[in-house]
Design a protein. Structure first.
Length: 133
């Protein structure tokens, strides 16, 4: 079983039926079958939240959140070592802070990273594997 880290891009693609959504659906299905573990940084979870709130409002976010939490997605709170690695990624590369946290979590979990965000090209060689959506 391979672990996977979802960047907010992956979750948003799934929620709003954007490019890459079928790949995300496949990963979520495999997670339901206990064939994959899916992780998302709490920073990226917050990013999904604010994007949903902006697009649909707080009540709809609460509904979306409940639906997402039916999947075996583990929201990983930031810890010191993850924060330090995210800081290194952010300092050395042109990427958002949230993306730096997703990359750091993927390194820590030795996991594939699902994203469509081109900012991750800068750190691709440091990650196990990027699944491009």
């Amino acid at each position: 079983m391979k672990n996977a880290v979802f960047d907010s891009y992956a979750i948003l693609a799934y929620l709003f039926d954007e490019q890459g959504a079928p790949v995300v659906v496949d990963y979520l299905g495999k997670a339901l079958e206990d064939k994959k573990k899916i992780f998302i940084s709490s920073v990226n979870w917050a990013e999904v939240g604010y994007q949903c709130i902006r697009r649909r409002g707080i009540p709809e976010w609460k509904s979306i959140q409940a639906r997402l939490l039916e999947f075996p997605i583990e929201i990983v709170e930031t810890e010191h070592s993850q924060t330090e690695l995210a800081a290194e990624f952010k300092a050395a590369n042109k990427m958002s802070l949230a993306d730096a946290f997703a990359a750091a979590l993927a390194v820590q979990k030795k996991a594939e990273l699902l994203t469509g965000d081109p900012e991750f090209k800068a750190v691709e060689s440091k990650l196990k594997k990027i699944i491009w959506l």
